[in-house]
Design a protein around this ligand. Structure first.
Ligand code: AMP
Ligand code: MG
Length: 344
């Protein structure tokens, strides 16, 4: 398949043509990748069963792993969900448009291919102007997971999407202003106590301020035990993994550096923090600043992808803190490392 690659520029007239072309593709059941403020999404018409089913084929995604439906107006909530709770309305008012996905009971119009066969639907209103304009111009709700091949790190740059999706989808819209760098926070509002199924830029503390008690799904912190079905099906799959073997080293920088330097060699790399490179005797990839998890979130997926481009076989990563946005970074890195962590 030939993939149209279109770059957003300062030229608004030209941008409008891009939105119109992408809208035509979406309306006739095609696939378009587009930037959001979290990561790039791979979109299809969420209410078109066949169209959203194509996303699974393009990504190589297991069919029980549902998609997130992207909207541009809160009115869409009533159409997509049969039970828009008071909590959902509060969160929409406070955090939308923005990096928060809510799980609600689905209405009949949402096809199985958009929800992986579940009775609930994931809904988000993105703040990225390109995503918002695309939803508005097309007039469709856009079902979109991240625009990567299943299991690979999520794309935070146009070149990542082109690498994974060129030849597999109809169009890629490029605009390098993805600024959060990790996927949205997912909160399940379909049961008694709101539960975070995936951590992101909107933290537990921020949600608790609006909702009171908020739980964190245990699958976030560790691996899912055999026989236990996690509530966010995406959590059970190997995820975000480069070809390189990633190991998290937990401990202060001096001991981290000592361990890395004792294991130095060709094909070994360090996923460290800015300013730490000089003390490391291997290829060092700075991944944000220590104590600044937002900067780590922005860099993480790009750094993981660079490991493969550099032919690295083993990468030793600094251990992110588990507080605030750090929990989102920790959760992604833990999966990229297939839960391998060494105390140093
Ligand atoms: P992605 O943004 O690529 O990570 O894909 C969407 C994520 O949302 C996956 O981790 C899904 O498991 C999760 N998700 C989507 N719909 C639901 C739902 N109804 N219930 C729980 N998790 C969901
Ligand atoms: Mg994904």
């Amino acid at each position: 398949m030939e993939t149209i690659i279109a770059q957003i520029t300062e030229n608004e007239e030209q941008n409008q043509k891009i939105y119109e072309q992408a809208s035509d593709i979406l309306k006739r059941g095609g696939l378009v990748a587009f930037p959001t403020e979290t990561v790039y999404g791979l979109g299809a018409d969420a209410l078109d069963e066949e169209a959203s089913a194509k996303i699974y084929a393009a990504k190589g995604r297991p069919s029980d792993n549902p998609l997130i439906v992207h909207i541009a107006d809160t009115k869409a909530l009533e159409e997509l969900s049969c039970d828009v709770t008071a909590q959902a309305k509060l969160l929409a008012e406070k955090f939308w448009p923005g990096p928060l996905t809510m799980i609600l009971k689905k209405s009949d119009c949402v096809p199985k291919s958009s929800t992986g066969g579940l009775g609930t639907v994931a809904i988000r209103m993105p703040s990225h102007p390109v995503a918002a304009q695309l939803i508005r111009t097309s007039g469709v709700y856009i079902a979109a997971p991240s625009a990567n091949i299943s299991g690979k790190p999520s794309p935070t740059r146009g070149e990542h999407v082109i690498h994974d999706m060129k030849g597999r989808i109809d169009m890629i819209i490029v605009d390098d202003t993805v600024d959060i760098g990790v996927e949205s926070t997912i909160v399940d509002l379909s049961e008694d106590v709101p539960t975070i199924l995936r951590p992101g830029y909107i933290t537990k503390e921020m949600l608790s301020e609006v909702l009171g008690e908020v739980r964190i799904d245990p699958a976030i912190m560790g691996s899912v035990k055999p026989g236990v079905v996690p509530k966010a099906p995406g959590m059970k799959y190997k995820h975000y993994a480069p070809k390189a073997h990633v190991v998290i080293l937990r401990g202060p920088f001096q001991r981290y550096a000592q361990y890395v330097n004792n294991h130095a060699g060709a094909g070994v790399a360090a996923l460290c923090y800015e300013g730490e490179e000089a003390a490391l005797h291997v290829r060092a990839l700075p991944c944000g600043r220590e104590g600044d998890p937002s900067s780590q979130a922005q860099r993480l997926f790009d750094a993981l992808r660079s490991l493969d481009a550099m032919g690295i076989h083993t990468a030793y990563a600094r251990c992110p803190e588990k507080q605030g946005v750090g929990l989102a970074v920790y959760n992604r890195l833990l999966r990229a490392a297939a839960f391998e962590m060494i105390d140093v």
